[in-house]
Design a binder for this molecule. Structure first.
Ligand code: ADP
Ligand code: MG
Length: 852
C-alpha cells in the first residue's frame, strides 16, 4: 500500500502552505474553512492523509484482517479519495509547476533531499535540554566539590544516600505506607519518527474522546440550549476548559464568525497555555481562530477569532468599551470557585447583562466547591455535574509538625525519588516564584551530589510570571528512566492539569493578599490553605492511576486548624481599582450592586477615599475626567496618574518619556536581571540614587544600543524581559497619544537638574501614601493617614540598601516605595528617595499638609 509517510502538521508547515496557496485560482477553491486559513481543499487533503496514516499504523500493529469491517471499508474509501484529489490537483496547478504535497513529501520536493522528509526529531530537542541540564548540574558540582556531605539548610546532615533516619515519618490514612514501586505496565511504544506529527494529532483526537466531558456532550449541550445560565461542575481534568468551548463553536454558537465564545481564566499562564493547547487540538494556528487576550498581549485576529481565552481582568476591561459584551454569544466563567476579585465583579455585571441580552449564554464552570452559592446567585439556575474519574489517593501526614516546610519538602522529594520506580512524576506545591526558584536550586545541588546514583530528575517550575517559552516544559512527556518534578504555585491546583503526576507533596500553604482597610495596607501573606484547597491538591495525584499525597503537616492540624473554604478575594483586597471601574461603568449605587459576597463598608469607604486623593473622584463622589482617563490605561490607575502628572502638571511636566520608561520597567522587575541584581546594576551605573532611576538608565542604555541582544548579554539583563518592557511602553505611549498627553514641557525646555525632581513628584502624585519616613532611631516607618508606626526594612535588593549600607550614604528622610512585602520582616522594595519635604506637601496637600 502506497501511503504517504511524511506527516503533515499544520503547525509545522502552515506558513509554507499559506504562501503557496496563491497558485490556486479563486474559482477552483473558493471555500475557506472556519478554522483554517488554508483553502478547504488542502485542509481536507491533509486531514485525509493524517487519518489514513493513523489507520495504517493500526494496520501495522494488529494486521488488516483484525480491523473491523467498518474500518477496512474506511481505509479503502480514503485511499481512493486521496488518489482522486492528487491526480486532480496536479492537473489544475501544473501551470505554476506546483505539485500539491502528495505521496511525495512537499519538503523533499523543495530541497530534493530525502532526509528533509523527516519531521524534526523530537529526541534531539530532548537531548539538548538534557545536555543543558547536565551542564548546569555539573557546574554546581564543580563549585561545591570541596565538601562531601549534602546539606539541606538548617537541617541534619545527609549522606549520599538518604538513609532511614534522615527520612520523614509519615502516617497514612490507609494501612499501607509509601506504596511500593509497582512495575510499570506497558512501556511506551516506540514512536516512528516519520509519522510523529500524525501520531501526535491522532493521539490528541483519541485523548479528547477519553475525557469525561466527551461522554456527556449531548446532555451538556442540551442543558446549555435550555438554560440561559448554567453551572457546570466537574473534577479537574475532565475537559471543562479545553473541550466545552470547542463544543460550543462546533455547535454553531459563533454563527460562522459573527460572534465569539469567550472563556475567562483567573491567571495569565492558564489563559495562554490553554489557548495554545486548544489551537493544537483544533489544528489551527494560535492567534487565528483560537486566541487569547491578556494584559499587554493580545493574540487574536479581529473578524477571525471565534474562541478566545481571556483573563477575567481583561474581560472586565472589555466591559468599558462594550458594556453589553455584544460580540460574545457565550461566556464561560471558568475556575469560578477561585473567586478572584475580577471573577466576582464579572458575575455581578453578567447578572445585569443577562437581563438585557436574552440571547447570551453564560456558563459558570467550577471545581467541586462553592457551587450552590453560584446557583442561588443566578436565581437557582441548574447545576450540571460531570461525573469524573478519580483514582484512589493515599494520603500521608507527618507525625510531628514540620518547622521548615521547604526542607521537609526537599527531603520528601528525594525520599520518593530514591525509593520509588520512576514511572510517576511529582508535583510539589509552593507559594511563589522566589520560593520555587530557590527550592529548585537546592534540589539541583543535591541531585548533582548524588550524580548517577539516582535517576535523572527533571525540574519544571510553573508560576504566574514564568516566561511563556518555559511553560511548555511542564506538559512535556517525561523521558524514560527519568522523573519529572513540577514545582508549582496553586496554579496547578485546578487551572492546569498535568498528566503523569503520581505523587503530590503539599506543605499546605498559599500566598494570599490581605488588606486592612483601616491602615490601607495590602500585605501578601503566606497562610495555611483551606481544607477545600488541600483536598483539591491531593486529587492531582489520582488522575492517571492510584497515587499518593504527602502532607507536610499533621492529621490533627488538618482536622482542627484549617478553614473549610478559601476566603473570596473581594473580602481581602484593596477595592479602589474595582470601585473606579464600576463607577466608570455607570454603576452608581455600589451598595446595591449584586455582589456574590458583599465587601465591607469600611473597605468601600476606604477605596472611595483614596480615589478622591488620586483625583479620580470629586468631593461629591462622582467620577472625574481624570478618573475616566485613568480607567482607559491598561495599567493600574496609580501608574496612569503618574503618567498624567508627568505630562499635565505644571510643576512636573516634560518628563513623560522618562516616566513611561520607568512605569514600563516596574511592570517587569521580577525577571529582569540575570543573577544578582546588584552585580548587574553595577555594570550599568556606578552609582544611582534609587531603583526608579536605575530602571530608567537600563532602558535608556538599551534603547541607545538599538535594542540590542548583545547589550543585554553584556549587562546581565534578560533580553526577553526587555522586549516585553518595550512592548508595554509602546502600548502606554500610544494610550498617552490618544488621550492627548504630551511629552513636552508646557513652558520652556526643562533643565537636566529638574528631571529627577519632576519624576519624583510625578510618582508622589500616583502613590501618595506609599511613603515612609526616617525616625530618630534610624528606622523607617509608614506614613500616610491613620497608619500606626509600623517599622519597615529596606529590601537588600534595592540600590538604596547598598547606598546606605555600603556606600555610607546618609539616609534620606523620605522614601517612596512600589512594593511592601511581609515575609520574615516588613520589606519595602523598588525605592525612590524623596529628597525634599516640600515635594510631598505641594503635590498632595490633602494628605501631607496636616501630617508633616
Ligand atoms: P478541566 O478544565 O475540566 O480541569 P481541562 O480541559 O483543563 O480540564 O483538561 C482536559 C485534558 O486536557 C487534561 O487531561 C489534560 O491532560 C489535557 N491538557 C490540557 N492542557 C494541556 C496542555 N497544555 N498540554 C497537554 N495536555 C493538556
Ligand atoms: Mg479547567
Amino acid at each position: 500500500a502506497e501511503l504517504p509517510a511524511g506527516a503533515d502538521s499544520q503547525r509545522d508547515d502552515g506558513e509554507r502552505f499559506t504562501a503557496d496557496t496563491s497558485v490556486f485560482k479563486e474559482p477552483v477553491l473558493p471555500k475557506v474553512s472556519r478554522y483554517n486559513n488554508e483553502p478547504a481543499e488542502i485542509q481536507k487533503y491533509k486531514r485525509l492523509r493524517r487519518e489514513l496514516a493513523f489507520l495504517q499504523r493500526k494496520v501495522q500493529q494488529v494486521g488488516f484482517d483484525r480491523l473491523s469491517e467498518h474500518e477496512q471499508k474506511e481505509i479503502e474509501l480514503k485511499k481512493d479519495l486521496l488518489q482522486l484529489m492528487e491526480s486532480k490537483s496536479k492537473v489544475e496547478s501544473n501551470t505554476e509547476g506546483f505539485v500539491l504535497a502528495g505521496t511525495t513529501d512537499e519538503t523533499s520536493f523543495k530541497n530534493g533531499s530525502p532526509d528533509s522528509m523527516k519531521p524534526r526529531p523530537m529526541k534531539e530537542d530532548n537531548k539538548s535540554r538534557q545536555q543543558m541540564w547536565e551542564e548546569r548540574v555539573l557546574s554546581y558540582a564543580v563549585a561545591k566539590n570541596d565538601s562531601d556531605e549534602i546539606y539541606v539548610d538548617g537541617s541534619k546532615q545527609y549522606d549520599y544516600v538518604f538513609d532511614d533516619s534522615a527520612m520523614i515519618n509519615f502516617t497514612s490514612d490507609v494501612e499501607d505506607t509509601v506504596p511500593g514501586g509497582e512495575d510499570s505496565s506497558e512501556g511506551d511504544e516506540e514512536s516512528d519518527e516519520e509519522d510523529e506529527a500524525t501520531t501526535k494529532y491522532a493521539k490528541i483526537q483519541e485523548a479528547k474522546k477519553s475525557l469525561p466531558v466527551y461522554h456527556h456532550r449531548a446532555r451538556v449541550m442540551k442543558a446549555i440550549q435550555d438554560n440561559q445560565v448554567l453551572i457546570i461542575v466537574g473534577e479537574t481534568g475532565s475537559g471543562k476548559t479545553t473541550q466545552l468551548p470547542q463544543y460550543l463553536v462546533e455547535d454553531g454558537y459563533t454563527q460562522d464568525g459573527k460572534y465569539q465564545v469567550g472563556v475567562t481564566q483567573p491567571r495569565r499562564v492558564a489563559a495562554t497555555s490553554v489557548a495554545a493547547r486548544v489551537a493544537e487540538e483544533m489544528d489551527v494556528k494560535l492567534g487565528r481562530e483560537v486566541g487569547y487576550s491578556i494584559r499587554f498581549d493580545d493574540k487574536t485576529t479581529p473578524g477571525k477569532t471565534v474562541l478566545k481565552y481571556v483573563t477575567d481582568g481583561m474581560l472586565l476591561r472589555e466591559c468599558l468599551t462594550d458594556p453589553d459584551l455584544k460580540k460574545y454569544s457565550c461566556i464561560v466563567i471558568d475556575e469560578a470557585h477561585e473567586r478572584t476579585l475580577a471573577t466576582d465583579i464579572l458575575l455581578g455585571l453578567l447578572k445585569n447583562i443577562l437581563a438585557r441580552r436574552e440571547d447570551l449564554k453564560v456558563l459558570i464552570s467550577s471545581a467541586t466547591m462553592n457551587t450552590a452559592k453560584f446557583s442561588k446567585f443566578f436565581g437557582d439556575c441548574p447545576i450540571l455535574t460531570i461525573p469524573g474519574r478519580r483514582y484512589p489517593v493515599n494520603v500521608h501526614y507527618t507525625l510531628q509538625p514540620e518547622g521548615n516546610y521547604i526542607n521537609a519538602a526537599i527531603t520528601t522529594v528525594f525520599q520518593i525519588h530514591t525509593t520509588q520506580a520512576t514511572d510517576g512524576d511529582i508535583l510539589l506545591f509552593l507559594t511563589g516564584q522566589e520560593e520555587i526558584e530557590s527550592t529548585r536550586e537546592k534540589i539541583e545541588q543535591i541531585a548533582s551530589k548524588l550524580g548517577t546514583k539516582i535517576p535523572q530528575l527533571i525540574i519544571a517550575p510553573i508560576y504566574a510570571n514564568l516566561p511563556q517559552d518555559q511553560q511548555a516544559l511542564i506538559f512535556e512527556p517525561t523521558p524514560e528512566n527519568c522523573r519529572k518534578l513540577v514545582i508549582a504555585t496553586n496554579i496547578a491546583e485546578t487551572s492546569l492539569t498535568i498528566d503523569g503526576i503520581k505523587y503530590v507533596i503539599d506543605p499546605g500553604y498559599v500566598k494570599e493578599n490581605s488588606y486592612v482597610p483601616s491602615t490601607g495596607m495590602t500585605q501578601l501573606l503566606t497562610v495555611p490553605c483551606s481544607r477545600a484547597s488541600i483536598e483539591q491538591r491531593a486529587g492531582r495525584a489520582g488522575r492517571v492511576g492510584p497515587g499518593s499525597c504527602f502532607r507536610l503537616f499533621t492529621k490533627w492540624s488538618f482536622e482542627n486548624e484549617l478553614e473549610m473554604m478559601p476566603k473570596p478575594e473581594i473580602l481581602r483586597t484593596n477595592l479602589s481599582n474595582t470601585v473606579l471601574l464600576l463607577l466608570s461603568l455607570g454603576v452608581m449605587d455600589l451598595l446595591n450592586f449584586p455582589f456574590v459576597d458583599k465587601p465591607s463598608i469600611p473597605a468601600l469607604t476606604k477605596s472611595l477615599e483614596s480615589l478622591y486623593v488620586l483625583g479620580a473622584l470629586s468631593n461629591r463622589g462622582q467620577i472625574t475626567e481624570l478618573g475616566k482617563m485613568m480607567c482607559v490605561f491598561p495599567c493600574e490607575p496609580e501608574f496612569a496618574k503618574v503618567l498624567h502628572t508627568a505630562s499635565a502638571d505644571e510643576k512636573c511636566n516634560g518628563v513623560l518619556e522618562e516616566c513611561l520608561s520607568i512605569v514600563s520597567m516596574l511592570h517587569e522587575t521580577t525577571s529582569l536581571f540575570i543573577g544578582n541584581k546588584r552585580n548587574a546594576a553595577a555594570r550599568i551605573v556606578s552609582e544611582t540614587e534609587g531603583d526608579h532611576l536605575l530602571y530608567l538608565e537600563v532602558f535608556r542604555q538599551w534603547r541607545d544600543s538599538g535594542f540590542s541582544r548583545t547589550w543585554c548579554q553584556d549587562h546581565r539583563i534578560q533580553f526577553k524581559t526587555m522586549c516585553r518592557v518595550r512592548n508595554i511602553r509602546s502600548q502606554l505611549s500610544r494610550c498617552c497619544q490618544k488621550l492627548g498627553l504630551s511629552a513636552q514641557s508646557k513652558t520652556a525646555a526643562i533643565k537636566l537638574s529638574e528631571v529627577i525632581p519632576r519624576i519624583t513628584r510625578s510618582f508622589i502624585s500616583g502613590f501618595p501614601t506609599n511613603v515612609v519616613q526616617l525616625t530618630n532611631s534610624g528606622n523607617y516607618k509608614m506614613l500616610g493617614r491613620q497608619t500606626g508606626a509600623l517599622t519597615v526594612s529596606i529590601h537588600p535588593s534595592s540600590v538604596v540598601f547598598q547606598n546606605y549600607k555600603e556606600n555610607a550614604k546618609k539616609p534620606d528622610k523620605y522614601l517612596l516605595y512600589q512594593q511592601l512585602m511581609l515575609t520574615s520582616k516588613e520589606f519595602i522594595r523598588d525605592l525612590l528617595p524623596v529628597t525634599q519635604e516640600s515635594w510631598l506637601t505641594e503635590t498632595v496637600p490633602q494628605v501631607y499638609q496636616e501630617l508633616l
